[in-house]
Design a protein around this ligand. Structure first.
Ligand SMILES: *Cc1c(COP(=O)(O)O)cnc(C)c1O
Length: 433
């Protein structure tokens, strides 16, 4: 597999190189130089394949031999240990549940695949990498859980002391071995600033071989194509057009869907379901991109003011805004609409959506009202409702089963190192440990 930069189509690196580097030297983002198209035979026979088999075929096509088949099978077997089932709500709408991983959100797919790939592409004799992440909660726990016990990679998480929920803190601090949690006396922005300073410190970055695990890394993006193919397989209606509604923040999930579509997955349209953070909607309407500051909403994982993957979306369409509009419909959904979507889905189908999936559900309804047609609408349900228990009224709340892995064990040992929010202290810690 060859990758270029969104800023330089002439650049050409291998997949291993792109994973190791994270971002190209020109400050753009890695994208595939060309996207391979799957065979008609694969699509016709896909209903007979398991999710893991589909994942293997899609990965093999994309990677084009760069990881030997046997290794790739192992990576997938170890990363994709849970299903992405499709639940029918009615004749025309289904929900693709992406929350069956260890931390109950779709980020488990990308983080777990990336962890194993990173261990695989490590050069012989390498001392190993340190993944450095600032987290306000969810990304950190997905990354910690995914990299825990992976040889050749250690993880250092920075989280703001006293500013994450008790459940999140216990998800971040109960790992041992290759995962270290740093409890920073500051805000999430302080944590992000510290991480940026660490990457900018040449001596530190080379000593620890620092790398990032955010959704900018191409290894987190590729495995997200797998479940789009799986949705098509499980729908089992090959002739019916599909519209995917994708709750979107940083646009990683949407980018993966567009890659799957370019690989030949028959998709009529994507709905980029946005909350009040609507910079992408405004860009689609005007053709002019103006980043903004994020505002807080119920679907907080989508509170993004400057979506990191937008350059990839634009590159996939050669920056042709008319072509983007043909394939992607954007809809911005308010918190009130999110709440009524939760209520409607519960009343009509007895199905509890989390706030992110509810944005997707409402946005799909808006698209259907405008476009009509007999397509199958598939809403990506990106997190388990139990992670957002405060959002629901009593009746809905009582119908939610809290998965065992979310239940906090009282007295669970907290494993974290307290540091002030200063770069000097962080650097000293990283140089010495
Ligand atoms: C990260 C996240 C999103 C947004 O996904 P992007 O790929 O950043 O667009 C949506 N829902 C949940 C639950 C998330 O954690």
């Amino acid at each position: 597999m060859r990758l270029c930069s969104t800023l330089d189509r002439g650049l050409s690196v291998s997949f291993a190189e792109a994973v190791r580097r994270g971002i190209p030297p020109d400050g753009g983002l890695f994208i595939p130089s060309s996207i391979p198209v799957c065979s008609g035979e694969f699509l016709r026979g896909i209903g007979g394949l398991s999710f893991q088999e589909i994942a293997f075929e899609a990965a093999r096509l994309l990677l084009d031999g760069e990881i030997p088949d046997a290794d790739l099978r192992n990576i997938i077997a170890e990363a994709i240990t849970f299903d992405a089932p499709l639940r029918r709500l009615d004749e025309s709408t289904a929900v693709l549940e992406l929350f069956h991983g260890p931390t109950l959100a779709f980020k488990d797919f990308g983080a777990r695949f990336m962890a194993r790939v990173m261990s695989h592409v490590r050069r012989d004799g390498d001392a190993g990498y340190t993944v450095l992440v600032a987290t306000s909660g969810d990304t950190g726990s997905a990354v910690a859980s995914a990299f825990h016990g992976i040889p050749g990679v250690s993880v250092v998480l920075l989280y703001p002391s006293g500013r994450v929920s008790q459940i999140q803190e216990s998800q971040l601090t109960t790992f041992e071995g290759n995962v270290t949690a740093l409890e920073i006396a500051g805000t999430f922005d302080d944590c992000q600033r510290l991480v940026k300073s660490a990457f900018a410190d040449a001596r530190l970055a080379s000593r620890r071989k620092l790398t990032s695990a955010n959704s900018i890394n191409i290894a987190r993006l590729l495995p997200q194509t797998f479940y789009y193919f799986n949705a098509f397989a499980r729908l089992g209606e090959q002739d019916r057009g599909i519209v995917f509604s994708v709750p979107s923040g940083n646009l990683g999930n949407l980018t993966a869907g567009l890659i799957a579509w370019k690989m030949g997955l028959p998709v009529v349209r994507f709905v980029a379901a946005l909350n009040a953070n609507d910079v992408v909607g405004r860009y689609f309407a005007s053709g002019v991109y103006v980043p903004g500051n994020a505002v807080t909403t119920l679907s907080n994982a989508m509170d993004v003011g400057d979506p990191g993957n937008l350059p990839r979306v634009r590159a996939l369409f050669d920056d042709d805004i008319a072509a983007m509009r043909r394939e992607v419909f954007t809809a911005s959904v308010t918190d009130d609409e999110t709440r009524s979507a939760i209520a409607e889905s519960y009343r009509k189908f007895g199905y509890v959506l989390d706030p992110h999936g509810a944005v997707g559900y409402h946005a799909l309804g808006r698209y259907r009202a405008l476009a009509g047609g007999s397509f199958a609408g598939i809403v990506l349900e990106t997190a388990h409702p139990a992670k957002f228990i405060d959002v629901y009224d009593n009746e809905v709340r009582e119908s939610i089963t809290i998965p065992e892995r979310l239940q906090v064990l009282p007295g669970g040992k907290k494993n974290s190192v307290k540091l002030p929010a200063g770069f000097k202290e962080l650097k000293a810690f990283l140089m010495d440990s």
